[in-house]
Design a protein. Structure first.
Length: 191
């Protein structure tokens, strides 16, 4: 086995991603936008499938708990409640599990973050459509070539990897850096 190749592939993906100067600016813009949403009393809703759902939960708890240092909790919610997902999946179809969550909790002053390693997840597509109807800010973390979701968000991060695992590793890094950016803006005394 040559597992070192997996490290090298992730390193190559990360290097290709960070070499693009606009990505740093994009990350800063998203952090500034989310900080302004929190300061105005809004919240962030986030959703993804499978491992991306785990990333969504991880992102939300870093805001409602703490990231690096003590600070007040910030309103972040992963649309992942199992009773909601099974109810909506049964009554409407799996493609509506996130859009119904947006309908229930989303407002114009909020942000939606959708995660799809293929860029083709139908339930994320429906969530983006509902977020647009609500007038929310939309951030997308996508993979491969961006799929059907490419061009539908206000801010987009596309990781041009071949496999979901490598794409998700970079997605989680982006989410952590967004959290750090928000904290640097809202709680500068912690940095």
């Amino acid at each position: 086995m040559k597992l070192i190749e997996s490290y090298k592939k992730t390193e190559e993906l990360l290097k290709n991603f960070i070499e693009k100067e606009e990505k740093e600016m994009l990350t800063e813009e998203v952090a500034k936008k989310l900080a302004s949403i929190f300061q105005a009393g809004g919240k962030v809703l986030i959703a993804g499938n499978g491992g991306s759902n785990c990333d969504a939960l991880h992102f939300a708890e870093e805001f409602t708990g703490r990231f690096r240092k003590e600070r007040r909790a910030l309103p972040a919610l992963a649309i992942s409640d199992s009773s909601h997902i099974t109810c909506v999946g049964n009554d409407y179809g799996f493609e509506y599990i996130f859009s119904k969550g947006i309908e229930a909790y989303g407002k114009k002053e909020d942000m939606f973050i959708g995660i799809s390693t293929s860029g083709n997840s139908q339930n994320i597509i429906k969530a983006v459509e509902k977020s647009k109807e609500e007038g929310m800010t939309i951030v997308l973390l996508l993979g491969k070539d961006g799929g059907k979701l490419k061009g539908t968000g206000d801010y987009e991060f596309i990781i041009e990897g071949e496999t979901s695992d490598r794409i998700q590793e970079i997605h989680m890094m982006i989410l952590h850096i967004i959290i750090e950016g928000v904290e640097r803006i809202m709680f500068p005394e912690n940095y």
